[in-house]
Each structure stands twice: as C-alpha cells, then as structure tokens.
Ligand binder design. Structure first.
Ligand code: AHR
Length: 500
C-alpha cells in the first residue's frame, strides 16, 4: 500500500436512499443539429435509420440505459405548438429561440415517442406555458395518452398510433422567469395552478409526474413561491411532483466564454471549481423545500445541467455546439456524485444536452458519429442507476492553482440493484496521481474489476478522425486483507464493482 494512500472506508452495512436512475436523464431540445441531423435523418436518408431515426445514435444511447429524455425544450418548448408536428401535412416554423432557422416539424410527437421507445427511455414532455394555452396543453396530453376512444385518441390512431403513449413526466413551462415569459413568481404560480389542475395524462396504466418550473440561480424567492403554492393547495385542486433547478457551469459569467479545447490548467481548475458549487446550490434550495415539504415528497429535478462553454469556432453560435474533453468527463462525475449524495431530494436530473448541443453525449457530422468523454462517464456509472447509496469516508485533501482551491479527490459508493458494491473514484488533480486504500469490511473477493477513464491531456477530446482518444479501459485490482490498492491517474475517473 502506498505510503501516501488516501484511506477510503465504505460502510456496506448502512445502505441509504435510492440513487434514482432518473438522475442520469437527458435533454433533447430542437436546437442546432441535435434533432435534425443528430437524431432524425428521415426515412429516405442514406444514413442507416429505423423509421427516420439514426441507428448509430440509438445503439450508442441504448448502452447508457437512458432513463428519460426531455423534449422539445428548453426555451423552444414555450414556442412549440404540437399540432404543427402531427399528421401528413407538417407545418414548417422558424425556431425563434435558436437562430431563427427553419424547423420542418418532421420530428413531432410520434417521432419523439418512437425515439424514446427505440432508446428505451421514458418520455418527459415540456408543455408550452409561455405562448400556449391550458387547453392546447390539455389537448396534447389527451392526444398522446387517452386510452378511450375520444376524438383526440381517434386522431392519434388515424395518425398511426392506436395505443396510448406513456408520458412519464410533464414539465409545466420552462424558465418562466426568463425565456419562458419573464414572469414574476406570482404570475407563474397562477399558471401553475391551472396547468397543474387541467393538464393530465389519461393513460390509466401509466402514472405521470408533473414538474413545476423552479429556480435558475441561488436566489430562493422563486422556490419559496412555488413551494408555498404547493403547500397551500386544497382538496381536488392541483398537484405536482417535482420542481426544476437549472444550473449550468459557466465560469466568469455570461456569455459563456471558457474554451472547450486548447485550454490550460487554470481554465481546468476554474471550470471545475465552478461546477462544485452545485452542492451548495442544491443545499440552499433544498432547505427552502424542506420548510414546506419536510417529507421530501417533491423532487428537486436538476433539469438542465452541464458545462456551457465557448462555441466551436466557425459554428453557428446559436447552435450551442462545443467540444467535450476529459475535463467534461471529470465534471460529469463530480455532478453525478453530488446528485447521488442528495438522493433523498434529487431524484431526477437531465444533462444538457444529448446530441451535438452543449455537454453532449454524442456528436455527429453527416454519417459520422463520435462518443464524447462525458458519454463514457455515463456508461461507467450505469451500475449506480437505482442503487442505494452507501456511506463513504475519506480525506479529500486539496488541489490548488492560481488562487483556485478545491478538493483533490472525490468518491461515492452504492449497493447496486444486483447486490454488488460499486465505488466511483475521481482524481481531480491534473498533476498528481492519487493513491487510494479502499476498505470494504466483509469483502471476500480476491479481485475487483473496474473501468478507468483517463486521457493523455486534460483537454483531450474525441474527434471523428480520432474517436478513441478518451475511452475507458478495464482494470483488475487485487484485494489484500479486505483492502484495495488503487492508483488513479491525474484528472481521471474510475468505477469499481465488487462481487463481495
Ligand atoms: O439548454 C439550452 C437552453 O438553456 C435551454 O433552452 C434553456 O432552458 C436554458 O436557458
């Protein structure tokens, strides 16, 4: 065992809250080349597809066990009119939120539901509060979910889908304090009562959770108003099950300007120190929620999170296209660890976004596709889906550069659904390898298998020409006297699975 080893103690006898698989959810907005090109190519495309949806993207996403996909926005949701995207005659519109480009609406409700089905995810639909009406949203939900022959269910059947769809989650607007209509808390909560009461799922076999717009900053006035509205609801009035939090990692304020590639250690540290503020943000908002909801019935849904960096040079800046590096992989692991530690309140999170936009899982260019470092963290963390968190103690130490300081390492552990102990270790320090001495009392295994994600440089990326620069590789570690000796390279993530 290395002299300087960081002692990590996992208490496997004390399983805690369930790490809901929905914290690994994703977000697919009509934005840039995400839907058109990244997911949807149309049935007549030369790019291999199933019913118009890219086969390569679906196959890659299936490996992540994506629990839910949020659509159609984002800001776009508050300008989306569902009737434009059903039936034979689609209505082309301009995407006013994202560059004013043409949206043919070839990808509409049926195509989204087909995509969710192909990747094995639950559907999370955000309804239009900003420029829509309660009736428009109520009709959309009835169209999608009615399991009796209503006029709208018959229209759905005529459009090719007699069986009701399952809408597992419905967002009531998006960022209503900003792009969703610049509403005050009082204005939004008035809408929330109406949408919360009259917009419902009619698929009796599939319960739906409603998610209210929550805050997008550390400020708690909005949270207070939304939670008070929930607390004050009466009898047969309205209800909701979750409140969103939008929290991007943007160092140095808007507009986002931190480079996504070709950056140095100072940039690396600034972005990661910023992302670690997620913990304080969740604590602050949860404290207000606890005031109205001590039993934690309402989920804090970290609905949009991830690094928002400078746009790729030469790209349309309205398309929010950015490269994804090893720094993003470390950032993803740190955030997933934070969500897991708050598993009792944070039961859903959706990274922004899925394909070609912001901190994406996948990038495409025509027929080419590449998996990002963030993709691989999500893949390595699959065993944490619906696992129970286990207490872990360790001294995180510290890593500092140019006036920025943060913990040097991070760790979480959980009991997976199939009874295994899973441990995730992150070495944030980009200069020094971290030695760990991981003890799990009662472990009988002689060897432990795992995966490590490391990279030649902190700004290493995967490109279409070199898609495997950052990919996980398997590790096997010996167990001696119930302790594992782990050496983790700088700026790296490791996930270990113990059979016990
Ligand atoms: O993810 C991009 C945008 O960021 C979303 O449309 C909006 O909700 C947020 O401001």
């Amino acid at each position: 065992m290395a002299q300087d080893a960081i002692a990590v103690h996992v208490d496997a006898s004390q399983p805690g809250a369930k790490i809901d698989r929905h914290i690994f959810g994703q977000f697919a907005e009509h934005l840039g080349t995400q839907i058109y090109g990244g997911i949807w190519v149309g049935r007549h495309s030369k790019i291999p597809n199933t019913l118009g949806i890219r086969k390569d993207v679906v196959a890659a996403l299936r490996e992540l066990h994506v629990p839910d996909v949020r659509w159609p926005g984002g800001c776009y949701a508050d300008q989306y009119h569902w009737r434009d995207g059903i039936g034979k005659a689609r209505k082309a519109r301009l995407n006013a939120s994202w560059g004013g480009v043409l949206d043919t609406n070839a990808f509409g409700t049926h195509e989204f539901m087909e995509f969710a089905k192909q990747i094995g995810a639950e559907a999370y639909v955000s309804v239009n509060v900003g420029s829509g009406t309660v009736k428009e949203a109520a009709d959309w939900l009835e169209y999608m979910t009615a399991d009796k022959p209503t006029a709208l269910a018959k229209e759905r059947a005529a459009n090719g889908h007699p069986a009701p769809y399952k809408v597992a989650f419905m967002g009531i607007g998006n960022e209503s304090w900003d792009c969703g209509g610049l509403m005050t808390p009082t204005e939004y909560t008035a809408q929330l009562r109406l949408y919360g009461r009259f917009v419902n799922s009619y698929n009796s076999a599939a319960p739906m959770q409603k998610i209210a717009v929550g805050p997008g900053s550390p400020d708690t006035d909005w949270t207070d108003a939304v939670m008070k509205t929930w607390k004050d609801r009466r009898g047969w009035s309205f209800d909701f099950n979750g409140m969103s939090l939008h929290a991007y990692t943007v160092f140095g304020g808007w507009p986002p300007h931190m480079p996504a590639t070709d950056f140095g250690e100072q940039d690396y540290a600034e972005v990661l120190s910023e992302t670690l503020k997620m913990d304080g943000l969740i604590q602050k908002q949860s404290a207000v929620m606890d005031k109205y909801d001590p039993d934690k019935k309402i989920t804090l849904v970290v609905d949009e999170w991830g690094a928002w960096l400078a746009a790729t040079k030469g790209s349309n800046t309205a398309f929010l296209q950015q490269q994804n590096s090893q720094r993003d992989a470390v950032l993803a692991a740190l955030n997933l660890n934070i969500f897991a530690r708050h598993a009792d309140r944070v039961r859903m999170a959706n990274i922004a976004q899925m394909v070609n936009v912001l901190q994406a899982m996948i990038m495409t260019d025509g027929a080419k596709m590449v998996r990002t470092p963030t993709y691989y963290v999500f893949k390595m963390y699959v065993p944490f889906q619906d696992a129970q968190i286990l207490p872990v103690t360790f001294d995180a130490g510290s890593y500092s550069v140019g006036g920025i300081s943060m913990p040097r390492v991070d760790a979480i552990a959980a009991r997976s659904k199939d009874g295994k102990t899973v441990i995730a270790l992150t070495n944030i320090d980009p200069n020094r390898p971290a030695n760990f001495a991981v003890s799990v009392p009662g472990i009988t295994a002689e060897q432990v298998q795992g995966q490590v994600l490391t990279a030649p440089k902190i700004d290493s990326v995967n490109t279409f020409q070199a898609p495997n620069t950052v990919t996980p590789r398997p590790v096997t570690l010996p167990v001696k006297d119930g302790t594992l000796a782990v050496t983790l390279a700088p700026a790296s993530v490791m996930v270990l699975t113990l059979d016990r």
